[in-house]
Design a protein around this ligand. Sequence first.
Ligand SMILES: Cc1ncc(COP(=O)(O)O)c(C=O)c1O
Length: 389
Amino acid sequence: MHTFDTPLDRRGNGSKKWDKDYIQRRFKTSREDVYPLFIADMDFRQDEAVLQAFRVFVETGDFGYFDVQGSFYDAIQSWYKDKLGTPVEKEWIVPANGTIASMHFAADLVSKGKPIMMLTPVYGVFKDIATNFGGMVTVPLLKADGAYSIDFNRMQQEIVAQSVGTLLFCNPHNPSGRIWSFEELAAVVRICKKHGVTILSDEIHGELNLSEKPFVSLISFMDEYENIIVASSPNKTFNLSGLTASYVIIRNPELRQAYQRELARFHITINRSGMTFISAVYEHGRGWHNELIAYLKGNLDLVAECFDGLDLEWMRPDSSFLVWIKLNKVSDVDRFVVELAQQTGVLVETGSRFVADYGNHIRLNCATNSGFLRDALDKFRDFYMSYED
Ligand SMILES: Cc1ncc(COP(=O)(O)O)c(C=O)c1O
């Protein structure tokens, strides 16, 4: 039984979220008593069963050139089959660098200088991908009953008007954690197929499903539309982001071979420790993963309790440990975030780090021990209650 309640001391070990200089630059504070709830990684120690598998690798003492092992593909295939209910063939899987890096290579390959569309607000790095390759077209998500939905008409109009070549799709959505339904995904695929738009689906948040809704990977649509690329990794779910390894799934053999050639052109391969950890978490980390989900649900209950009665609107994520919050009292969210940091030590992600349509939102990471989270939430609550814009 893993104890998520045990704090993981990350100060001074290179963790960006806990680095004093980085915090000073971002939040203009040098307070010691900080509550870093911004960057999306978790303050939980890695599962012992996974660490043990990695120790076995270290003990081989062999870190020379290597071929990707069959066990890497087996681990991904059985994870997708058992946990996500989506069969994946071994040859569809392309080992790659970090998820974002692998999407840059995909965008370079498929965009062919045509604009890249995204549904906003969305994860800030999507803007870099689009502006590096072909330019960016944004379509605002609709908001009703406290949840985002897709404006299919606007999406279609913009695809035609701007000659969009690629849709960079966040499934599930970051920052809201929304899991798109099968019907919504079918509509996205229908529109993209009709207009010859390649879909590049970032599914990194798909493995941390806290809801009763099924997470549907766009892999399920690869038989009906050949221009779909899925990029994913356990980097969020199992806290492996420092290892910069991931995989891409492409069913269409021509597209897949073109992607493999693109990686080969730059001599890009997965690194051995990343590969070993990905296999280990999918194979040995299932118990830890179940306990993590239960723990995070408890943390979201704490958020609900603390936000009760406050003048804000928040979205309980279907998937992920991130909470997207609209602060009704706040007009300048960047200023608010710095003042909150300076006066309470609570460090949250400002909405302006996301692409477009972020308004007066902030994002809060609740993947930390619940005692610490409760203290941070209490401080946030007191500050927000007395806040005057
Ligand atoms: C939607 C999304 N994609 C990708 C990443 C980063 O992936 P990686 O660290 O594997 O490049 C993040 C990190 O927050 C994310 O939210």
